[in-house]
Design a protein around this ligand. Structure first.
Ligand code: F6R
Length: 263
């Protein structure tokens, strides 16, 4: 894993946005895996600025990581709606090129299989954006998720429902289930960029990067990913032990490996 530690949450968003921009310029039909929640919002906002200055993302195809089960796609917290308002509309993606798992399907197992097929038909995900839960989940792969898992129905952990209660009027309204890309699905992305900000993520980040690979910290599966970049602010990096090494590596990164206009 490459660990990038930057001073502020805004720097994290800017760096990851420049990375997405570089990949989309190199491959206009980029297949982009999209996280929701608080962590990636600065990335999308930064990219909206780049689009306003002329970046064309209209050829990019998108796949959301996950979706709640049992809320309508017009509910303000459904990920279908969040992806529309934070990604599709401001970044000028074509709605028909962006998919979110169908959490309202009568047959959720079939919907999960269809989603896997759609990702495969698109040629696989080139660049997967990720956040991490305070319990170490990525996507909604909660602790003890199989490392071989594919898109499927999951029960949200009580910790995740409590963490996400801030988005809902009443904590009881947080859905209990979701459809999520599996850890096996995420591992097949050609590049993964995980962003984390704030002290509340520090323990999960340290377990993911430096802890043993364990289903108790699903994010630790990224230790097997061939190209994973973890972009952190100082607070999210505060429980790591090898920070001097990560900073040294970043400062001495070969020019050809750098993200244009970011470092
Ligand atoms: C969201 C997702 C989750 C979040 C994680 C962190 O699509 O898959 O893994 O990335 O729960 O959430 P925030 O960013 O809201 O702290």
């Amino acid at each position: 894993m490459e660990i990038v530690i930057l001073p502020t949450p805004a720097d994290v968003g800017r760096y990851a946005a420049r990375l997405v921009e570089a990949r989309a310029r190199a491959r206009p039909a980029l297949v982009w895996g999209l996280a929701t929640g608080s962590s990636p919002t600065a990335i999308y906002a930064e990219l909206a600025g780049a689009v306003a200055r002329g970046l064309d993302l209209s050829g990019v195809r998108g796949f959301a990581l996950d979706e709640y089960v049992g809320i309508s796609d017009t509910h303000p917290e459904s990920y279908a709606r969040v992806i529309r308002s934070q990604v599709v509309e401001p970044l000028g993606l074509r709605p028909e090129n962006v998919r979110v798992p169908d959490g309202r399907a009568a047959d959720l197992e079939q919907a999960a299989q269809d989603y896997e097929r759609a990702i495969a038909d698109a040629g696989g995900i080139d660049l997967q954006i990720l956040g991490i839960g305070s319990n170490g989940h990525i996507g909604f792969n909660e602790p003890t998720s199989s490392f071989a898992s594919r898109t499927r129905l999951k029960t949200l952990a009580p910790q995740t429902r409590a963490d996400n209660a801030r988005f809902f009027d009443d904590p009881a309204d947080v859905p209990t289930h979701c459809l999520t890309q599996g850890l096996g699905t995420i591992l097949e992305s050609r590049e993964a960029v995980l962003v984390a900000q704030g002290e509340a993520k520090a323990r999960a980040v340290a377990a993911m990067v430096e802890g043993p690979v364990s289903a108790m910290c699903p994010g630790s599966v990224l230790q097997f990913h061939p190209r994973a970049v973890v972009v952190l602010d100082e607070a999210a990096a505060s429980a790591l032990t090898l920070t001097d090494y990560y900073r040294h590596t970043f400062a001495n990164k070969p020019v050809w490996q750098r993200v244009p206009d970011a470092d």
